[in-house]
Design a binder for this molecule. Structure first.
Ligand SMILES: [Zn+2]
Length: 142
């Protein structure tokens, strides 16, 4: 495999932390403390446009809800069937995501899940297109 360049499918969803680890970017309202992902320019709870602080999510949460999708969506590059999931993050926000690297029969609400980035296609220049997904944490298998 060659280590080709990658591009993000959607801008602004991820950033590197001080250790060079890629993390999801949320925002937290400094007026009411509500957290949103993806980040927002103003708060969806209290309406404040000031003080939306970027927060890098740790990347581990628990599976809150999931559904097996068997149709091709107009807005996704992913081929069905796949699992659409909602992950409850410890930072107080839920992340909507595709749950991959798993068999849907093994999923249960409350299980630990973690973010990862997957190359889901290539652009015209041959760069890998990268999107975030979640997968069950390895510890769930024990
Ligand atoms: Zn607010």
């Amino acid at each position: 495999m060659h280590g080709g360049a990658t591009v993000e499918l959607q801008a602004g969803l991820a950033a590197e932390d001080a250790n060079g680890r890629r993390r999801l970017v949320a925002s937290r309202c400094s007026a009411c403390d509500k957290t949103f992902f993806p980040k927002r320019k103003f708060c969806g709870k209290c309406g404040s446009a000031d003080g939306q602080q970027e927060v890098l999510l740790n990347g581990k949460g628990t599976l809150y809800a999931f559904s097996l999708i068997d149709r091709k969506s107009q807005y996704t590059m992913i081929e069905p069937p796949y699992v659409q999931a909602e992950i409850r993050m410890p930072e107080g926000v839920h992340v909507f995501t595709v749950m991959d690297n798993c068999d849907s029969k093994d999923l249960r609400t409350g299980m630990d899940a973690e973010v990862y980035w997957d190359v889901i296609g290539k652009d015209k220049e041959g760069n890998g297109i990268v999107a975030y997904k979640f997968k069950p944490c390895a510890a769930n298998a024990n």
